[in-house]
Design a protein around this ligand. Structure first.
Ligand code: GLY
Length: 582
């Protein structure tokens, strides 16, 4: 497929991310005094709040919310996928990052997609996006178990119960799920379980229909009783391998048995008076945000963003320019840090940041190459080991613990087949299918991110917690939306911290996105930039394009008051979620 065709595919995905109905968008922000959950599905926020009411921690609530999300909107996440947790524990003020991203099966090779036919019909149809070869080994069940064992208080059976109930009794299909099903219904109907979700001759899952998932309910019950072992070994593991292989994949029981969660040092930096803590590699998202903040802070004083003037043309221009360099670094250097010599310190070296800040022109958009400062003398070695759709939620509990989780099956309905009721991911598309080729999000793949046994693909997911000068968490944030995840998070957080917006204003504000390739500044149909701003940006030389939205963000603002806290929780109106809390 050509780059142009992939860019068009990308645009289609942007259009697919559902706009909510007016009714769904009504209560997307709420304020609480004890605890709060912000997810992109109301029933999932409620599942989390149920755990908090029962005395659970933010980890228990995040786990219940994740499981319920996978039931209520199987297009975006679920047990067949994976994700990242960033956790702030109030008792010792520690920050922990758990990586439960999918891993490439043992049979994966750098050239595994070279000879596979490109088109299997319909959208997102390449072998890294559809069916068995597209699936990494799921990490979600192990991740949930790890976070509950580490930070939780409640039994897994209690945590899994709201999701089991929803799967068994049925959930109401929302706008986003319906829209995504319309685009992929033909492919989904090739799977016997998903076929059963559609009425006779139905071309989509209608908004308001009841979606019952009895197979998934049984899997959730087994997970609640036996933990992750129920998924990675025994009957369900055999079912995963059978389904994957039936759809052309090469996953084995050994791949499942070998899966493990990795704890990593979170990425963090002090900028604009706050400590920003976010995802380390294999996410490139955290790196992009931290580098962008460093460049912005390093600009000469007269161009540096301040609270004055709001997010005006000068600020949006500086933002777009600040992202170009880090996205180029991503293309060239990023891969699984356990398999690639990823030299983050060299990439973040102050002289490199200064060179990028020096290359910035306040009234001219530079070509991305002007921000390209390759590491000398040569690119890092790639160390191939021998053995070698998305949703974000935030929780703050009554003890002050904070959980930021981003979870994904990658493209809508993952690889569009199920195993034991679970939608299986197509996370393999986050690898480079070939060096220089773009994935579904238009991200160009580099050699360090080629597939290999046991590798984790580069991600943009960036669960983020920002702390104030006293070390208290003040914002939890994260997003879904492929390559646009991190640029959206950065704007929603800066809107609050720099421009004094409340959560409603910060979520409603127009967003922009730039990822160097294509060399195009994107703004939203959902929240249009005023024409004058577009003119001011194009006058600086930016190519401009409108897409439906720039990701969907969930955030909680934690206001510390004399009496305790005030929690302002928001679920992005772009996806129709609602927060819950007390
Ligand atoms: N699958 C989306 C991401 O990991 O960035």
């Amino acid at each position: 497929m050509t780059r142009l065709a992939r860019a068009l595919a990308l645009l289609c995905f942007a259009l697919l991310i559902g706009a909510p109905t007016a009714e769904e968008a009504e209560d997307f922000v709420a304020t609480y005094g004890r605890y709060a959950v912000a997810a992109d599905q109301a029933v999932a926020s409620q599942a989390g709040a149920e755990m908090l009411e029962a005395g659970g921690t933010a980890a228990d609530a995040a786990a219940a919310t994740m499981l319920a999300l996978g039931v209520a909107n199987p297009a975006s996440s679920g047990m067949g996928g994976g994700g990242f947790l960033l956790y702030y524990r109030a008792s010792d003020q520690s920050l922990t990052f758990l990586d439960f991203r999918e891993r490439a099966p043992g049979a994966s090779t750098p050239d595994m997609y070279d000879d596979v036919p490109e088109s299997m019909g319909g959208r997102a149809n390449s072998a890294s996006q559809l069916h068995g070869l597209a699936s990494g080994v799921p990490g979600e069940p192990a991740g949930i178990e790890a976070m509950v064992q580490r930070f939780g208080k409640l039994p897994l059976a209690q945590i899994a119960e709201p999701a089991r109930r929803l799967a068994s009794e049925g959930t109401v299909v929302g706008e986003a799920t319906s829209r995504m099903s319309a685009a992929f219904s033909d492919q989904m109907k090739r799977d016997p379980v998903m076929r059963g979700w559609f009425g006779p001759d139905a071309a989509l899952l209608p908004v308001g229909a009841t979606l019952r998932q009895p197979e998934l309910a049984r899997t959730l019950q087994a997970f609640g009783r036996q933990g992750a072992a129920a998924i990675y070994r025994g009957r369900i593991a055999r079912e995963i391998v059978r389904a994957n292989n039936r759809f052309g994949g090469k996953m084995t029981l050994q791949d499942l048995a070998d899966y493990s969660v990795v704890e990593r040092e979170p990425a963090s930096t002090q900028r604009f008076g706050y400590r920003w803590v976010t995802a380390p590699p294999p996410s490139a998202g955290g790196f992009t945000m931290l580098q962008s903040l460093a460049i912005l802070e390093g600009l000469p004083a007269r161009w540096r963003p301040t609270g004055e003037g709001g997010p005006n043309a000068a600020f949006l221009h500086a933002l777009a320019e600040s992202w170009k360099g880090p996205y180029l670094d991503r293309e060239r250097y990023f891969g699984d840090p356990d398999h690639v010599d990823l030299q983050i310190e060299r990439l973040m070296a102050p002289e490199r940041i200064r060179a990028r800040a020096d290359a910035f022109h306040p009234t001219l958009a530079n070509p991305p190459a002007d921000f390209d400062f390759p590491l000398a003398p040569e690119e890092p070695d790639i160390v191939q080991s021998d053995n070698a759709g998305t949703s974000h939620l935030c929780v703050v509990d009554a003890e002050g613990n904070v959980a930021a989780v981003t979870t994904t099956v990658n493209l809508p309905f993952g690889a569009r087949y199920t195993a034991a009721g679970m939608v299986m991911n197509d996370e393999m598309d986050d690898f480079a299918r070939a060096v220089g080729e773009a994935n579904a999000f238009g991200l160009i793949g580099g050699a360090p991110n080629l597939p290999g046994p046991g590798k984790r693909p580069v991600s943009t997911m960036s669960p983020t917690i920002v702390l104030d000068a006293q070390g208290r968490p003040v914002i939890c944030a994260g997003a879904a939306g492929g390559s646009r995840i991190v640029t959206a998070i950065q704007q929603v957080v800066m809107n609050q911290l720099l421009f004094g917006m409340n959560v409603r204003e910060a979520l409603e504000a127009p967003r922009i996105h730039h990822q160097a390739h294509p060399n195009t500044l994107r703004s939203e149909e959902f929240a249009p930039l005023p024409d004058a701003l577009i003119r001011a940006l194009t006058a600086r030389g930016h190519e401009h394009e409108t897409i439906h939205n720039v990701a969907t963000v969930q955030t909680i603002r934690i206001h510390h008051t004399d009496d305790g806290v005030r929690l302002e929780a928001g679920s992005d109106p772009r996806k129709g979620g609602r927060p819950a809390g007390s």
